[in-house]
Design a protein around this ligand. Structure first.
Ligand code: 3PG
Length: 215
């Protein structure tokens, strides 16, 4: 799965904004603000009503955005996300049923893991890119490094408690392809239509990543 085009694109951007948007205007506004900030990527979390509408609008009207569905916790949501045009799925945890349903649709899924057992389950299901969640609460970078050591072929998207002050530390680890988080796309900015705030936070994050790559 790590070789799929979607995972490759995510690895290039290195940032996965976790978006809580409901309905078409919030979806399109957030996608446009992210793209203006230099990051044509968005994970629309299925934790609010209207998330599928936000995602579907972005897929229909903003084809350049790499748009997926997050907080996918059951097979019905897999089907809804696929129907909305999701290009990838993200889960907070790992469920065999959810992963198998995603695989049956041929869509990449990044399940959440918190333990070595979770990672072994992911591997059994044919998944080698996982979301370490909730990364900071699990112990942050030292936990990531300890979990990554026995699994050199597994790549991680740490998420949860990541922001401008610690994103670079995670990204410096060889097993980390990208970090996820909501810091660029605050829920209050989305609900108030404060698109400039999102664009500015995104520009800052993208610039910090570019500086890392130059080092
Ligand atoms: C998620 O669902 O991935 C998290 O809510 C994102 O965590 P954060 O809000 O701490 O970035």
């Amino acid at each position: 799965m790590s070789g799929t085009p979607v995972i490759e694109r995510l690895s290039q951007h290195r940032l996965l904004p976790v978006v809580v948007a409901s309905g078409e205007p919030e979806g399109l506004g957030t996608a446009d603000a992210l793209e203006s900030g230099g990051l044509p990527v968005a994970e629309f979390t299925f934790r609010v009503p209207g998330a599928a509408d936000a995602l579907a609008a972005v897929r229909a009207k903003r084809p350049d955005i790499l748009a997926g569905a997050g907080t996918i916790i059951n097979v019905d949501q897999v089907d809804q996300a696929v129907a909305a045009g999701a290009q990838y799925l993200v889960s907070p945890g790992i469920s065999d049923d959810v992963v198998r349903r995603a695989t049956s649709h041929g869509i990449p899924i990044v399940p959440g893991v918190a333990t070595p057992t979770d990672i072994m389950r992911a591997l059994d299901l044919g998944i080698d890119t996982v979301k370490l969640f909730p990364a900071a609460a699990l112990g942050g970078l030292s936990t990531l490094a300890a979990l990554a050591a026995p699994f050199p072929d597994v790549t991680f998207v740490p998420t949860g408690g990541i922001g401008p002050t610690n994103a670079a530390d995670y990204l410096a680890h060889r097993s980390v392809i990208a970090v996820g988080g909501s810091w660029m796309v605050q829920r209050s900015a989305i609900s108030h239509g404060d698109w400039n705030a999102i664009t500015e936070a995104t520009q800052e994050a993208v610039a910090a990543i570019a500086a890392l790559t130059r080092k």
